[in-house]
Design a protein around this ligand. Structure first.
Ligand code: G6P
Ligand code: ZN
Length: 579
């Protein structure tokens, strides 16, 4: 401790006990850490890393210092997280650092809990200057797993790179931070408190968010449908992540479904040892129960509530189809009654939504992987609905993707479809979509934790091969299917709003029949490199609409593996996850 000083709080309104008291602030000497570079999803590290002396304080202090106008002083911030291990300790530190930095008010979710979409909503609703989100998304939690801190800006979306770069630069050289000497604040009780000079509003974590969804969707119609169709079996799996509480409030509270309509719906600090990522691999409990118990509609969300998966008995909705279908049915969702401003997807996501944009006569954008790229388009009123193949779907109601939003959107669509087509379920909606637009078969192969060097060489090899394969005919390994190379490239994006350019966003090869392969390195992996291989084939053959995607895509995958020499460069025979 270098020195301590006192700030008079006599001018403060609020709790009587604080009047004429002083808040002492310590200036703490610290050492800079060199590994605090936040990605777009914030700083994600093992809990043990965050628990090192000063590690959390340094990063939060740097974040507060990097805040753009208005600076931290006098600002209002939102604070909450996905309930994972270390969240409460972190929240207490954040509050004391905020008090020292002169933040005016922090709106905290009860028990420091807020899903990522709920936090984005609070920032917008209460016109806060930003928010500190304590989450590592779908990464496992607990003392030996991950924690994360992410800063969102005033539009409710993740901080842009200009801000995260500033944070990183500060963390690399800082030598002190200031922290208020205050006892921990009880975050379990809703209310408004004076915490030294800081006003802390502890708010219900769920109610504002439920209110938001009720203002977007036709809850009356969904309720009517559920009442009239008792055989429609719904099951939501919270994967013991933060959406358990939100799911209970929505599905049991608002929609009046029975208790067994939700599972793993109590948020746990270690997610019950589960990997809280909603895909066919990690949400296997749900997949099994849907098959075994004849569930009509199964859905899951991830640890912090921004991802989603929708399945039915014998049917899986690929996220690329999901966003296209939500866009196509937007007219039944009250929020979109005024029409769509535009639609968008990330580059590796299938082109299904492009066809919907065309049919509706609205702009369709293709952005690099990362939700942040949608924010500018939304702020400029050019985008309503967007999604990514990585189980992210959402709209301009907030500036994060939103798992429960997608699930309720599907319920709204099914309820509306049943008004004219009695008995329609997920499968019927998918088939109707394919009949109208054709089907974009899509799959992603992940090779996780491969040697970074090998992964880099593979990417170089593929890119170097582009010059020589133009127009070449490539044959699948186990069949006679052939593909003619039409176009190759490394995706580059120029933001239509601010003109910023993002290069090297993924290699693609497009074939003459419209099929496509995309290869890129994940930007979110935590160990080694993760290679993602995406394959897409468009079909208007009615006979193929019911086909398993893996069957339909096999020849293309074989060609992708030949072209990339992935097995040779990485030593991997098989992917670790297929979605
Ligand atoms: C996070 C981001 C998404 C992104 C996904 C996969 O969920 O918010 O925007 O699509 O990670 O990213 P990656 O770089 O690992 O493919
Ligand atoms: Zn997430």
């Amino acid at each position: 401790v270098l020195r301590t000083w006192s700030l008079r709080t006599s001018e403060l309104r609020g709790a009587r006990a604080c009047r004429n008291t002083t808040m002492s602030v310590e200036s703490v000497q610290t050492k800079a850490f060199q590994d605090q570079k936040p990605g777009t999803s914030g700083l994600r590290k093992r809990v043990k890393v965050f628990q090192q002396d000063h590690y959390t304080e340094n990063f939060v202090w740097a974040t507060l210092q990097a805040m753009k106008a208005p600076s931290a002083k006098g600002s209002t911030l939102v604070l909450g997280g996905d309930g994972r291990y270390y969240g409460i300790e972190c929240a207490q530190k954040v509050l004391k650092l905020c008090a020292a930095a002169g933040v005016n008010k922090v709106i905290v979710g009860q028990n420091a809990i807020l899903s990522t979409p709920a936090a984005s909503n609070l920032i917008r609703k209460y016109k806060a200057d930003g928010g500190i989100l304590m989450t590592a998304s779908h990464n496992p939690g607990g003392p030996d797993n991950d924690f994360g801190i992410k800063f969102n800006v005033a539009n409710g979306g993740p901080a842009p790179e200009s801000v995260t770069n500033d944070i990183f630069n500060i963390t690399k050289t800082m030598s002190t931070y200031s922290i208020a000497q205050l006892p921990d604040l009880d975050l379990s009780k809703i209310g408004s408190y004076k915490h030294g000079n800081l006003q802390v509003d502890v708010v219900d974590s769920v109610s504002d968010y439920v209110e938001l969804l009720k203002s977007i969707f036709d809850f009356a119609l969904i309720k009517k449908f559920l009442n009239e169709n008792p055989s429609f079996k719904f099951l939501f799996d919270g994967l013991s992540g933060v959406t358990g509480s939100y799911g209970q409030a929505l599905f049991l509270g608002e929609l009046g479904l029975s208790k067994d309509s939700v599972q793993n719906a109590t948020p746990l600090p270690d997610f019950g040892g589960l990997h809280p990522d909603p895909n066919l691999t990690y949400a296997h409990d749900l997949v099994e129960r849907v098959e075994k118990d004849q569930v009509t509609f199964g859905a899951a969300s991830d640890g912090d509530g921004d991802r989603n998966m929708i399945i039915g008995k014998g049917v899986f909705v690929t996220p690329s189809d999901s966003v296209a279908i939500i866009a196509d049915w937007a007219h039944v969702i009250p929020y979109f009654k005024g029409g769509l401003k535009g639609l968008a997807r990330s580059m590796p996501t299938s082109g299904a939504i492009d066809r919907v944009a065309k049919a509706k006569g609205v702009e369709g954008f293709e952005v690099p992987t990362g939700w942040k790229f949608f924010g500018n388009l939304m702020d400029a009123d050019r985008l309503s609905i967007c999604g990514e193949e990585s189980f992210g779907t959402g709209s301009d109601h907030i500036r994060e993707k939103d798992g429960l939003w997608a699930i309720v959107a599907w319920l709204n669509i099914i309820a509306a479809a049943n008004e004219s087509h009695k008995g329609w379920n997920i499968k019927d909606i998918l088939q109707a979509h394919y009949t109208k637009y054709g089907r974009n078969f899509f799959s992603r192969y992940d090779y996780e934790e491969v040697d970074s060097n090998g992964a880099g060489k593979m990417i170089d090899h593929l890119q170097n091969s582009f010059a020589s394969i133009q127009g070449a005919q490539l044959k699948a390994t186990t069949s006679d299917t052939r593909f003619t190379v039409k176009e190759t490239g490394n995706f580059s994006y120029t933001d239509p709003i601010d003109g910023s350019v993002s290069k090297n966003q993924g290699l693609y090869v497009v074939f003459s029949d419209g099929s496509r392969i995309v290869v890129r390195l994940s930007g979110t992996g935590s160990a080694g490199a993760t290679i993602r291989l995406y394959v897409e084939k468009y079909s208007t053959e009615k006979g193929e609409y019911q086909q398993d995607a893996q069957v339909g895509l096999k020849p293309l995958i074989e060609v992708a593996l030949q072209l990339s020499k992935l097995q040779e460069f990485t030593g991997r025979e098989k992917p670790t996850v297929i979605t």
